[in-house]
Write a protein that binds this ligand. Structure first.
Ligand SMILES: Nc1nc2c(ncn2[C@@H]2O[C@H](COP(=O)(O)OP(=O)(O)OP(=O)(O)O)[C@@H](O)[C@H]2O)c(=O)[nH]1
Ligand SMILES: [Mg+2]
Length: 628
């Protein structure tokens, strides 16, 4: 027998009997604050748990979040319903549809809640038929249009069992929240327990968390370890998506964390302060109602995302304002960074926090201007992946769409699909749009060929030059490009890439220059003139470089070159001298070889590096194992 986890949240106007109903369902009074008891009103979120058996025999474990209905506490209400599966929508039979019935319904719609069970509470006080009809009418056109409406009374117990069955049959038809390996716990409570320390609670989504796990709290970026985990007071090793979760973070103090912060695991990107979103204003907002006025460009608002509430400013991509019943793409500039994923839904309230004025969905939490150009199909993973890769032509595979509601495996599979269909190419750490890649390769090939033509004496083009010429800034992109070219007709030699068929040759007509250089270096082979002297003109410079690249000359220092034979001879003479006479100074070796200090110092340094000689005080000895 399996246990499936879900989260239910209440919703509905103040005093309509939400908390009393939760108590009737679960035996738990969700109003826990003294102030709530005194005023007989819910102020902040309350919690309870309901275990039911699905028609197929499965255990269903439902965490219940009881929200306040009073208009002053809508902010708390939204914090509680960020990641719920089912709404327990409450309307009192003696009062009917009221302003927060409407506001809560719109909030649930903005957040994309698809299922509800409607409880017609206080049915002992009458008007069941009239109010049922009124509710049906109000639900037309919403996802709850066909939701069951169950008359209940917390006072007499009427309908409570029917309600439990209705909740069970709704949940039985639902899939538990997905585990995509990207846990996010939007913190809705922070407190400290004596002897235990800081505890945070929230509804877990996106992935599991386990005891001892390394986590990070955003936006503060505090890293710590989970000491212990509870769900509804039970100590657990592991919590899964869709579970009410309390975790003990003893290394953090309560004042380092607040409601709205997010617990997640490192490696899935960072919070950001500009979101690209699609804003929607409910068609239900009638002109005569407050909060119905068109939302103006530049408005200051409050964004409710997860359990957080953050001040933000709206900038529409195309000017104008947002009318009820329409949607628009906008930037949201946040006062504090949010850890939002593509596809996250949110609610917008006005700056005085009196009205819910809009809602929406995150299209791009990373403020890529290119995201605005196309209409982004964020629910279709293949299109989303292709659009993300095509945006800049390429993307690193590793962190592609890390802030999305898809798992790393699903994203990798989408990449493979797209590669098979010829939409993108995958090369090492990079995924690239085919057209972009074709052009990039063509540019690189042109450049390599041009270099071979202009400088046939050179081994090829330096990779640093190649990347700056074709404006590649990311080392991974260059690596992948080189790897791809080298699969074909190109080879990499150290920091140079060339056509495999390329053989460096000096241009005809410079043989005389080469001869002159060789003569200059042969005259006094162990004490040749400086490179500057030899490279008297551009042609000579070209020849010297060619001879170095082809191993005919040895570069001792930037301004010092020797014929390779001279270098080899000097090396063996140094070794011979020391083995015959013991450790020798620079000056002794200089005299013995008939060289100069100018040459001898860099020569010996080179021999030290090559493991031939070793410096001991001011003398050179031979290395035990010599690289002769
Ligand atoms: N007659 C009758 N009274 C009820 C019933 N359910 C709740 N009440 C009463 O209605 C009042 C409000 O109930 P609550 O459960 O606190 O209402 P609420 O919706 O949680 O209120 P807020 O959380 O403040 O929005 C209390 O005095 C309850 O005793 C019911 O089924 N019948
Ligand atoms: Mg209440």
């Amino acid at each position: 027998m399996t246990t499936r986890h879900f989260i239910i949240a209440t919703a509905g106007h103040v005093d309509h009997g939400k908390s009393a109903l939760v108590k009737a369902l679960t035996g738990i009074d969700p109003d826990r604050l003294p102030e709530e008891k005194k005023r007989q009103i819910t102020i902040d979120l309350g919690f309870a748990v309901l275990n039911v058996t699905a028609p197929n025999g499965d255990n269903i474990h439902a965490g219940i979040v009881d929200v306040p209905g009073h208009e002053d506490f809508v902010r708390n209400m939204i914090a509680g319903i960020g990641s719920i599966d089912l709404a327990l929508f409450v309307v009192a039979a003696d009062d009917g549809w009221m302003p927060q019935s409407e506001e809560h319904l719109q909030i649930l719609n903005y957040l994309g809640v698809q299922r509800a069970v409607i409880a017609l509470t206080k049915s002992d006080l009458g008007h069941i038929d009239v109010v049922t009809e009124q509710i049906r009418e109000r639900l037309v056109g919403t996802p709850f249009a066909d939701s069951p409406i169950i008359p209940t009374s917390a006072r007499t117990g009427m309908g409570v069992e029917t309600l439990v069955n209705a909740l069970a049959s709704q949940l039985a038809r639902m899939e538990p929240q997905r585990d995509i390996g990207k846990p996010r716990l939007f913190i809705d409570r922070v407190f400290t327990l004596r002897g235990i320390g800081t505890v945070v609670t929230g509804t877990l989504t996106g992935g599991s968390l386990h005891r001892g796990q390394q986590i990070v709290v955003y936006p503060t970026n505090l890293e710590t370890r989970i000491r212990s985990i509870q769900s509804h007071r039970h100590e657990l090793e592991l919590v899964q998506p869709g579970m009410r979760t309390a975790i003990n973070l003893p290394d953090l103090s309560v004042d380092q964390i607040e409601r709205g912060d997010v617990v997640t695991v490192p490696g899935h990107g960072a919070p950001t302060s500009t979101l690209i979103v699609r804003l929607e204003k409910s068609p239900r907002l009638k002109e005569d109602k407050l909060g119905a006025q068109p939302l103006k460009n530049g408005s200051s608002i409050y964004l409710h995302h997860g359990a957080s509430r953050v001040a933000a400013r709206i900038r529409f991509v195309e000017n104008g304002s947002l009318e009820a019943g329409t949607g628009k793409i906008a930037y949201l500039k946040l006062a504090l960074p949010a850890f939002a994923f593509i596809g996250d839904r949110f609610v917008v309230r006005d700056s005085s926090e009196r009205h819910t004025i809009a809602g929406g969905i995150v299209l791009d939490p990373d403020d890529n201007k290119e995201s605005l150009a196309s209409s982004i199909a964020i629910d279709d993973l293949d299109s989303l992946v292709h659009a993300t890769v095509a945006r800049r032509g390429f993307a690193r595979r590793e962190n592609l769409l890390s802030k999305s509601r898809f798992s790393a495996d699903e994203i990798a599979e989408a990449l493979r699909n797209l590669e098979e269909n010829g939409g993108i190419i995958l090369c090492q750490h990079i995924a690239a749009d085919c057209e972009f890649w074709r052009r990039l390769c063509a540019k690189a090939i042109n450049l390599i060929d041009a270099t071979h033509k202009e400088s046939p004496e050179r081994a090829g083009i330096d990779l640093a030059k190649l990347s700056s010429e074709i404006r590649i800034q990311e080392p991974e992109l260059l690596e992948s490009l080189v790897a791809d070219l080298c699969e074909g007709d190109f080879v990499r030699k150290g920091s140079v890439i060339a056509r495999a068929s390329h053989r460096p040759t000096l241009p005809v007509g410079v043989q005389a220059v080469e001869k002159r250089i060789r003569e200059a270096l042969t005259e006094k082979p162990f004490d040749p003139p400086s490179r500057k002297t030899i490279e008297s003109d551009p042609q000579a410079r070209q020849v010297v470089r060619f001879l170095i690249e082809n191993g005919n000359l040895t570069e001792l220092a930037p301004d010092m070159v020797l014929l390779r034979e001279s270098f080899e001879r000097m090396k063996s003479q140094v070794a011979e001298f020391i083995s015959k006479n013991g450790p020798a100074t620079v000056s002794e070796l200089r005299q013995a070889l008939g060289s100069s200090r100018r040459i001898m110092v860099p020569l010996l340094e080179r021999l030290d590096r090559d493991g031939v000689t070793q410096r001991v005080a001011d003398k050179r000895t031979l290395c035990k194992i010599r690289n002769l």
